[in-house]
Write a protein that binds this ligand. Structure first.
Ligand code: AMP
Length: 142
């Protein structure tokens, strides 16, 4: 099973972020531009929270708040769950399923080094399974 480190080497280490005092509107714009569903909230180079599309749907739209005047700080999740580069894809999937989250920032020595989404994990698991099936087919057909 692949590790988070291998996954990041394949998909890249980019992390899109926003400041806590930026507006929710700017956060949504940034997510749309980058075609992603989450942003790390970073203040003075330190991660202070995470903001995802689900936060927007549930804590802004449903509550009738205005996205240009609501700061990200008011909506973000502050108790962020992280993973380490040596953890496996399987462990990440278990964490996401257990906590009902779809994004896991990766920390090494207290520094953010990447972001894993549920889409990245599914892609990796399917690639592993395809490889196993091909090996078995080769074995069966001699
Ligand atoms: P998601 O399914 O990733 O859109 O997130 C669902 C909820 O969990 C939202 O409130 C997010 O802010 C929160 N969330 C997402 N990822 C994390 C994470 N790694 N740690 C803590 N909360 C998270």
């Amino acid at each position: 099973m692949r590790t988070v480190r291998q996954l990041l080497d394949e998909k890249g280490h980019d992390i899109e972020s926003i400041g806590p005092d930026d507006s929710v509107f700017d956060a949504i714009q940034k997510m749309a531009d980058a075609n992603i569903g989450s942003l790390m909230v970073v203040e003075d180079d330190r991660p202070v929270g995470i903001f995802t599309e689900r936060d927007y749907a549930r804590s802004v739209i449903l509550k009738g708040k205005s996205s240009p005047t609501t700061p990200v700080r008011e909506i973000m999740t502050t108790r962020v769950v992280y993973v380490k580069p040596e953890q496996t894809v399987e462990q990440c999937m278990a964490i996401m399923t257990d906590k009902r989250i779809r994004h896991l920032p990766v920390l090494r020595d207290e520094k953010l080094i990447g972001m894993i989404s549920i889409g990245d994990l599914v892609k990796s698991i399917i690639a592993d399974q395809k490889f196993t099936i091909e090996q078995l087919e080769q074995f069966i057909h001699g």
